[in-house]
Design a protein around this ligand. Structure first.
Ligand SMILES: [Ca+2]
Ligand SMILES: [Ca+2]
Length: 246
């Protein structure tokens, strides 16, 4: 009974702090501003107050680490994952789980044709139709390291007012959809064998809850201390029990 209680308590602690949150929706808490210069394709301390997720399923395959938050004026999203090329592109689609859904806002990174030098604010017009917004909103960056780990960072206004660009007027307390897609085999990319055309219907997606609150103080030290103390207690308890039996 004691061990069951400890196990349940630990499980509850993990769930509470998102350690087993790989398949749950993203919670974008209120955090500090990230200045434009820190949107540089490198994950730094600017993401320390963001929610972080591991093993988020992306399209057409693979999983990614994801960081997400907002500052009341901008949404911040970072995605990092392994690719099979030094020249992939990465796209983020907002608000639909259907690939390139008509009238859907998006962000494109590193596409040889549409976004060769980094980020473009785009919208989708159905399968195969990408439009670069006349008014570019937000800041983005992509980098690929020598191990083919790609990192994208995006800072996007919560309410740019760009209706033509299909930008969403994000509201705190509301939930949205985000889809991540990548490609490496020649359709705006090169050097790999991953085709985004492998998935053209319903995509792996996540919902994003735009939380009006800041992330709760994450007492990782407290949680770690608690786990260590629990283990020590269990060991002592077990040894005492064994001694009393012998
Ligand atoms: Ca950065
Ligand atoms: Ca747009």
């Amino acid at each position: 009974m004691f061990f069951l209680s400890i196990a349940l308590l630990l499980l509850g602690t993990c769930a509470l702090f998102g350690i087993v949150a790989a398949q749950v929706s993203f919670n974008a808490f209120l955090g500090n501003v990230i200045v434009d210069s820190q949107i540089d394709g490198t994950i730094g301390s600017e993401w320390d107050d963001a929610s972080k997720y591991s093993n988020a399923v992306i399209n057409p395959k693979g999983t990614a680490e994801v960081w997400i938050k907002h500052d009341g004026s901008n949404l911040y999203l970072a995605v990092r994952f392994n690719v099979d090329s030094s020249n992939p592109w990465v796209a983020v689609q907002f608000a639909s789980i259907t690939c390139m859904s008509n009238n859907t806002d998006g962000a494109l990174f590193g596409h040889d044709e549409y976004a060769p030098d980094g980020y473009r604010d785009i919208h989708f017009g159905g399968i195969g139709v990408i439009t670069i917004d006349a008014v570019q909103n937000g800041v983005g960056a992509i980098s690929v390291d020598s191990s083919n780990v790609v990192t994208v960072e995006l800072k996007k206004p919560l309410n740019s007012g760009d209706i033509d660009g299909r930008d969403i007027a994000w509201l705190t307390g509301s939930t949205y959809t985000v889809v991540v897609m990548w490609d490496s085999n020649g359709d705006g990319s090169s050097g790999g064998s991953t085709s985004h055309n492998a998935v053209m219907t319903v995509l792996n997606s996540r919902t994003v809850f735009l939380n009006p609150e800041a992330i709760p103080e994450f007492p990782i030290e407290i949680a770690a201390s608690f786990m260590v103390a629990s283990l020590v207690y269990v060991i002592i308890f077990k040894r005492k029990k064994l001694k009393s039996k012998s």
